[in-house]
Design a protein around this ligand. Structure first.
Ligand SMILES: [Zn+2]
Length: 351
């Protein structure tokens, strides 16, 4: 099967009450790691690439690596998603490259650094929804701003500032009606990168109750949790034991993510945990044999370590066992779906 629109996976997850990890990729080993885990657990897959990833790997390499994943895993539905598109142009170029889903992050300006107002966010997101839905591609929007910076993207808000940019449920409701997005990223106190919380997060800093409120208002919108690596102590310790230095830091506990999944979270973005796992494995390999210089001898274990994290998350979020159960639709088939949806909305407006 070709790459599938992400909406198909999110809908199936919503109907069956599970969540999907969305893993970031930059190279062959990371794509292979995700597919190894998906094969093992029969999981549908969301692979995502940031602007930084597309620049690093080059769109052509990325596209062909994804096509290889599709060719080698014919029974697994795979969606390819643009993470944090900074402009309609970025989203359009992703669609041209074969991405089946795009995020238009209009919560920040085009530099990806400055929080923007509601009107700007709606204008750019609406534009992407119109163009993407016309070709059956899924769209994720964002309202509210996350902390931290990753791949140069982010306003660099700290734990305190993040509290001022949490998603307002009224805005979220209005935003979905005004834009028609398929999925909505919400700011609930998480940050990008490895340094999310200075101590174990409580309800004070990680606002899971906000997710519950937004889901009550928007029961049919797929919610997305960004910055949702768990930053497990075991992964940090492998790095520390083999010469690396990572100060004390905490992520989003898997248990809290599972609580989110009970309340409408369908996509959970994971990057840091995989980075930590790969780095730890590479450090361990060099430590074990300082004479080693065959890249396969450290990239191989790195790939294994990332696959283990992916597998764990796929099981914890409930997507395991679902790859074979999804009735796949193509982007072309989704075009008709969106047409019906928008004429229904127009009729509602007339009344
Ligand atoms: Zn993000």
């Amino acid at each position: 099967m070709p790459l599938v629109p992400m909406r198909i996976l999110l809908d199936h997850a919503a109907e069956n009450g599970y969540g999907l990890a969305a893993f970031n990729v930059n190279n062959m080993e990371q794509i292979q790691a995700i597919m190894m885990a998906a094969q093992k657990t029969d999981s549908p897959v969301i692979v995502q690439a940031s602007r930084g990833a597309r620049k690093y790997s080059n769109d052509a390499y990325l596209r062909h690596l994804m096509l290889a994943a599709v060719e080698l895993n014919p029974k697994i539905p795979i969606a390819m998603h643009q993470d944090h598109g900074n402009s309609p142009e970025t989203c359009m170029s992703a669609i041209k490259q074969g991405f089946t889903s795009v995020m238009m992050d209009g919560s920040l300006d085009e530099s990806g650094k400055v929080p923007m107002d509601y009107a700007y966010n709606v204008a750019v997101t609406r534009k992407v929804v119109e163009a993407a839905h016309a070709v059956g591609v899924t769209v994720e929007g964002e309202i509210g701003a996350l902390g931290g910076i990753e791949d140069g993207h982010g306003a660099g808000l700290d734990e305190e500032e993040v509290k001022l940019h949490l998603t307002n449920p009224d805005d979220a409701e209005r935003f979905v009606a005004d834009t028609g997005v398929d999925a909505l990223a919400v700011a609930i106190g998480t940050s990008h990168g490895a340094y999310k919380f200075k101590r174990k997060p409580t309800g004070e800093v990680l606002k899971m109750d906000l997710i519950e409120e937004i889901h009550r208002r928007l029961p049919n919108t797929h919610l997305v949790m960004h910055g949702s690596s768990s930053v497990p102590e075991e992964l940090l310790n492998v790095i520390r034991m083999h010469g690396g230095f990572i100060p004390e830091t905490y992520g989003v506990p898997v248990k809290e993510i599972q609580r989110g999944i009970k309340h409408g979270v369908r996509k959970v973005n994971i990057d840091t945990d995989n980075r930590l796992a790969m780095t730890g494995a590479i450090r361990r390999a060099f430590d074990a044999d300082p004479n080693e210089f065959d890249p396969r001898k450290y990239l191989g274990p790195a790939r294994e370590a990332m696959a283990a994290v992916c597998e764990e998350r796929m099981i914890a979020f409930g997507q395991a066992g679902n790859a074979g159960k999804i009735k796949v639709k193509t982007c072309r088939q989704m075009v008709a779906f969106y047409r019906r949806q928008s004429s229904k909305a127009a009729r509602r407006k007339k009344r």
